[in-house]
Design a binder for this molecule. Sequence first.
Ligand SMILES: Cc1cc2nc3c(=O)[nH]c(=O)nc-3n(C[C@H](O)[C@H](O)[C@H](O)COP(=O)(O)O)c2cc1C
Length: 247
Amino acid sequence: MNTHPTDTHPINTQPVGTLPEREHPEPFTEEERAAVYRCIAERRDVRRNFLPDPVPDAALWRLIKAGHAAPSVGFLQPWNFIVVRDAAVKTALHGAFVRANAEAADMFTSERAKLYRSLKLEGLREAPVLLCITCERDRAGPVVLGRTHQSEMDIYSTVCAVQNIWLAARAENIGVGWVSILSRADLHSILGIPEHIIPVALLCIGYVAQFETVPDLEQAGWRKRLDVKSLVFEDRFGEASPLASSV
Ligand SMILES: Cc1cc2nc3c(=O)[nH]c(=O)nc-3n(C[C@H](O)[C@H](O)[C@H](O)COP(=O)(O)O)c2cc1C
């Protein structure tokens, strides 16, 4: 059953993404905090079971504004957002995926290759809308505060925008799937992205019948979630942290 709220639903008439009229934001209530953690835990990469229902412009705009609220190195805001709704463009992107995916499948061997070929790794034609998020590295000239010693910080900033969109979408009950199995050259030519601008993410976006509780790749037996306790160190890489045993 399709249970997503319409744009006239009361929750969508709130000024989402705008600061309320007060000088400083108030602390989060327990309920609000729980909602944020729920959103993080229940976000999924979605590339199947998209409903044909269009994503209302107002909801799409809220997602884009969530992206634009992301942190960025030197406040560079290096992103652009390309909204794709044209079926011909979607089909061209799908063709690019098919080419890249055939090459990708050949990089795995035996049982792994067989399993890879059975995975659904994109929803480019089924999703009502796609969003490409790009990074303009020289938006503020060659020297950027914070990027002086680690040049990739502008790309990371763009990924922060992607994650904001992903989480905001989950709160809107909208599924998002990141499709990265396409060549950059195809993305440049299909979407007319200038040479100096980097396509960072291509997202499939749409309402879904349901969100999975376990990632698709885990369900398919590709890879399991790691135990976070084994990933936390203290003071030096590789040194186990007492934090893991104290919680
Ligand atoms: C940078 C990035 C690229 C990804 N590219 C793809 C992709 O091309 N196809 C795909 O099916 N999933 C892709 N994913 C989704 C991951 O497979 C997914 O995040 C992971 O399996 C965990 O599942 P979850 O996001 O539902 O928790 C990508 C995720 C990230 C962060």
